[in-house]
Design a protein around this ligand. Sequence first.
Ligand SMILES: Cc1ncc(COP(=O)(O)O)c(C=O)c1O
Length: 446
Amino acid sequence: MSAARDIDAIAPNDLEAFWIPFTPNRSFKKRPRLVVRAKDMHYYKPDGKAVLDGVAGMWCCNAGHNRAPIVAAIQKQAAELDYAPPFQYAMPQSFTLATRIAALAPGDLDHVFFCNSGSEAVDTALKIALAYQKLKGDGSRTRLIGRERGYHGAGFGGISVGGIVANRKQFGNMLAGIDHLPHTYNRDEQAFSRGEPEWGAHLADDLERIVALHDASTIAAVIVEPMAGSTGVLPTPKGYLPRLRAICDKYGILLIFDEVITGFGRLGHAFAAERYGVIPDMITFAKGVTSGTAPMGGVLVRKGIYDTFMQGPEHVIELFHGYTYSAHPLAVAAGIATLELYREEKLFERAKKLEPLWYDAAMGLKQEPGVLDIRMVGLTCAVDLSSRPDAYGKRAYEAMERAFHDEGLMIRSLGETLVLTPSLVISEAQIGEIFEIMAKVIRAGA
Ligand SMILES: Cc1ncc(COP(=O)(O)O)c(C=O)c1O
C-alpha cells in the first residue's frame, strides 16, 4: 500500500456527524487539527509530521504518550477480563489501585470511590458531602460553595459550583443553594509572579462573609481547585489554602480539593494538597491517574467520612451512587501501570526539579508583543495576550492554529490566553523548543 493510500485510509472525508466538544465546530471542520499516532512527547499528524505536545494531551498524559508498560498492561487486561460488574462484584486489582492511590495521598485520605471522569468525580464528591452531613445529623447543611473562575467539569453539579459564565449561561437553572468565593486573580497585584503570588491570601476570608450571610448550619462543603487550570492557570496565592482550611474547620464545613489537573505530579507532588501542606476532606482526581490512557476518575475520602457511612444493617447499601464503568478493568490496569511508571521514573520529583528552568523559560516571553501576564506553577504556564479590537480570543486561537499547522506544536487557547502543561517526561531541550515556538506564534499574531 502506498503512503498516499495509507493517509486516505485514516483521513475522514466527512467531518459533519461528530459534534466536537468545547470546540468551535465550523472553524475546526474548515481546517481540522487531526492526530493519528503518538509516542512520548509527540503526536503525529495523518501526513506523518510530528507535533510536540505542549499540553500532555489535555493536562492528562503526565507519563508521556504510548508508554510501553501501560500499553502492555491494557492489552493484557483486555485479553483477560473485559468487564467486571462494579456493583455487588469486583475484580481484585480495583482494591490494589485504590490502596496505591490512598498511599500517595496525605493524612487519612484513605478511601477511594472510582468513576470515569473529572466531572463524575466532582458530582460524586458533592453527593458524598451532602449525604455525610445528613448522616451525622446536620441535614440542614445543603449549601455548596464554589469559586468564581473555577472549573469542575461539565455536569450539572460541576457547572453549578463552577464559576465560568460561558459554561453556565446556556443552561438556565442549576443546582439550588450555591454560592461562590471570589476568584484569586488580580493582574495589578500579581502580574508576572513566579509560582504562587504573594498577594491574595486574604481572599479566603470571604468565606466568613458567606457564612455570615447564610449561616454555617446551611453549608455542607466548599470546593476549590488548588490551581484553577481551565480559566488560565490561576495559582492560589501563598497562604490562601491553609486559611480556607482554618475557616472550614471553624464552622464544620467540608473542604474539597478538585485535583483533576493538579493530581499526579503536575505541581511536583502526588497531590497539590501536599505542596500546600493542607489536608482537605476529599480530593477529586482523574486525568493523570491513567496518564490519559483510559477514562478514570475518583474521589479520595477521609477515614472519618467513610466510617460515618459504615453503619446500619450490613446487607444494606451505604451510598446509593456509582457508575456502570466505575473501576473498569482496562482503566484499573492502566492506573496500576501508570502509578508504577511514575514511581520508577520518579516523575513527580522530576517535575519539581524542572520547575525553576520552566519558570525561567516562561518568563522569556515577557518581552514579546502584547504579553499582558505570564502565570506559572509546577509544570503549567499561561500567557495572557492583548486582544485585537472587537475580536476577543481571536489572537490566541490563531496562535494555537499556527502552532499546530505551521510550527509542529500543540498548545491550548482559552479566551485570549495560551496555555502549556507538558508531560512530566519533557526534556530541557524540548522546553526550549516549546518557548521558541511560542515566541514565534505570539509575534506573528501581534
Ligand atoms: C479541575 C477540573 N475538574 C473537573 C474537570 C472535568 O474533568 P472531565 O473532563 O474528565 O470530566 C476538569 C477538566 O479539565 C478539571 O480541570
